[in-house]
Design a protein around this ligand. Structure first.
Ligand code: HSE
Length: 439
């Protein structure tokens, strides 16, 4: 009989507690599927006294995460404390160094220290599994690392932050404000402790950096990701998108271009008919464009205790089975360096919303400035603001929203055209620009 895999869990928050429960509840099936029993033998958390509604009888309590990592009685450290530094980092380092395997849901730590940790796992023979770090229950790491091991990847993109998708969905469907939706996301436990991490795109950037490494064999590097959040998105953008056949999503996109791998996170217009546009609420989705095969889209719960615990326990099952995959799909020494793609060279379609002076010649001026930059307009719509007639109140020309969709062009050209339009004084305020991603 094979000895059980002895697991130590550091962190008993929502996810940690759920992992303890799931291992207990799924004991038989886990043992059948892994060929070996899985047992939680020790845990640690900040407070031992905290009420958790968790049966910890027969499970040892370690003094701290480092003590747990160094405990010779465990084979696998499960790190669920979070944070990109200590105590999580030292505990993982210690566990790997002693040849133990590590399972973590910690995207911040993997995005920052993943290479060093992967090197240590490779050197000392343990596994370093982090399926739950991206898309929670969606098995996207496994899909890229193992399922598509024989396929060249051209693009991987997706909705990687449940909080942002929840906010954009509710703003679109219920006409609620950004602030109201964010408050609900926090109440429901989707948002990070500091929600600016979600809404400013950094959470997505960390997840994207991990996916890009697996997809393209690049060194995981969060600073190679261009990042823009959703706080500038206004209800009128969501309404205009709907009318023009698009939805706005915060996407993380990593794509092979002739100039290198482009990694970017920003609000994106996606065609309403695309798979990614159907993804609503806290749900995450990742589309993978592989060479020679139609795109694969994985959709599922990307946040929450049960969804994250599902992936953590699957990673533990892999350790029990004896699988020791290279953490980033190939040896760390084979991963290539990558740098931040200059967005001014980004090519694609654009949505542009301007507040334009409602006088003869304004549309012609805008069209001329775009034409000077060789930008071709796919559609243009001018509206009247509610309750204001064409001549404007008090006989003055009030600004009216003008919405343009362009064919593919370079970002450089868009900004040069908009600067010229601003110099012409036919618009007021800052233009809103949203990139379009075609499927
Ligand atoms: N705050 C994250 C999200 C949690 O909203 O998706 C999962 O990483």
């Amino acid at each position: 009989m094979v000895a059980p895999l002895k697991v130590g869990i550091a962190g008993l928050g929502t996810v940690g507690a759920e992992v303890v429960r799931l291992i207990e509840a799924q004991a038989r099936i886990l043992s059948e599927r892994s060929g070996r029993a899985v047992r939680v033998v020790a845990v640690t958390a900040r407070s031992k006294a905290k009420k958790r509604n968790l049966d910890l009888r027969g499970i040892a309590w370690a003094k701290d995460a480092l003590a747990l990592a160094n405990d010779p009685g465990i084979d696998c450290l499960v790190e669920l404390m979070g944070g990109s530094g200590d105590p999580a980092l030292s505990a993982i380092e210690a566990a790997l160094k002693s040849g133990k395997s590590v399972v973590t849901a910690n995207k911040a730590l993997i995005a920052k220290h993943g290479l060093r940790l992967a090197k240590s796992a490779e050197r000392h023979g343990g596994a370093l599994n982090f399926e739950a770090a991206v898309g929670a229950a969606i098995p996207v790491i496994k899909t890229l690392r193992e399922g598509l091991a024989g396929t060249d990847i051209n693009r991987v993109y997706g909705i990687l932050n449940g909080t942002c998708n929840y906010i954009l969905t509710r703003m679109e469907q219920e006409g609620l404000s950004f602030a109201e939706c964010l408050k609900d996301a926090q109440r429901l436990g989707y948002a990070e402790a500091n929600p600016s991490f979600d809404v400013d795109g950094h959470d997505t950037a960390q997840k994207l950096a991990i996916l890009a490494s697996l997809a393209f064999g690049t060194k995981v590097a969060q600073n190679a990701v261009y990042v823009e959040g959703i706080s500038s998105i206004a209800p009128e953008d969501l309404r205009a998108a709907e009318e023009l056949g698009f939805r706005v999503k915060l996407l993380g996109v990593a794509v092979r271009t002739p100039k290198g791998i482009e990694q970017r996170v920003h609000p994106t217009m996606v065609p309403k008919s695309s798979s990614i546009a159907q993804v609503m609420g806290v749900t995450n989705a990742v589309t993978i464009d592989g060479e020679g095969i139609p795109p694969i889209t994985l959709v599922g719960p990307g946040a929450g205790g049960a969804a994250t615990a599902s992936a953590v326990v699957a990673d533990i099952a892999d350790v029990a089975r004896g699988i020791r995959a290279k953490p980033f799909g190939r040896p760390v020494e084979r991963l290539r360096a990558t740098s931040k793609a200059p967005m001014e060279r980004h090519e694609g379609g654009y949505y542009i919303r301007l507040m334009a002076r409602d006088l003869a010649g304004t549309a012609a001026t805008i069209a001329t400035r775009l034409a000077e930059q060789k930008i071709s307009i796919e559609s243009i719509v001018q509206r009247h603001p509610d309750g204001v007639d064409a001549a404007g109140t008090k006989g003055k020309a009030s600004p009216v929203p003008v919405i343009l969709i362009t064919y593919a062009t370079s970002e450089d050209a868009v900004y040069r055209a908009l600067q010229a339009v601003q110099r012409d004084k036919v618009i007021s305020g800052r233009p809103q620009v949203i990139r379009i991603e075609k499927n």
